[in-house]
Design a protein around this ligand. Sequence first.
Ligand code: ZN
Length: 191
Amino acid sequence: MTESDILNIFKKSGALLTGHFLLTSGRHSDRYFQCAKVLQYPEYTEMLCKMIADNFRNSNVDTVIAPAIGGLVVGQEVARQLNKRFIFAEREDKKLSLRRGFTLDENEKVLVCEDVVTTGGSVYEVIDIVKNNSAKVVGVGFIVDRSNGKVNFGYPQFSTLKMEVVSYLPDECPLCRKDIELVKPGSRKIK
Ligand code: ZN
């Protein structure tokens, strides 16, 4: 799939909206991306995760791990396509950890998956979990890189798309100047 094919399915599924949005940071943007919207559709999930699975097909992956909740669908689908085990880390007292009896063996080769990487915080936490279990990270695969090139996990990493985040302080927002209605994503007002 080309970059424009991917952008197309993001738009078709409503994952990528254009307009005038109030981000949680308080900044304004002309684009809003919600990855869960594209992952609603198994067909799209399969296509995107195939790119990740293909990229790591020769990395001798034993197990795929992902942080809950965002990474669950991606990790599960990549593991299914590689026919490997899938486990996840979840937050307990704000810290990601393995629960439900999930374990990693010493030297087990682990692929970390996630939906969107912005600062990479959750992925870094999962990498620490893998290391603390004496297992080995063989790579990090995710759907969208929104770090503007700033996040490098130090392992082979792959994203299906790099999507630059352009945002403005409210005082400097060109969309405000054009009197375009400001929308808070998640509200029903989005057109
Ligand atoms: Zn604005």
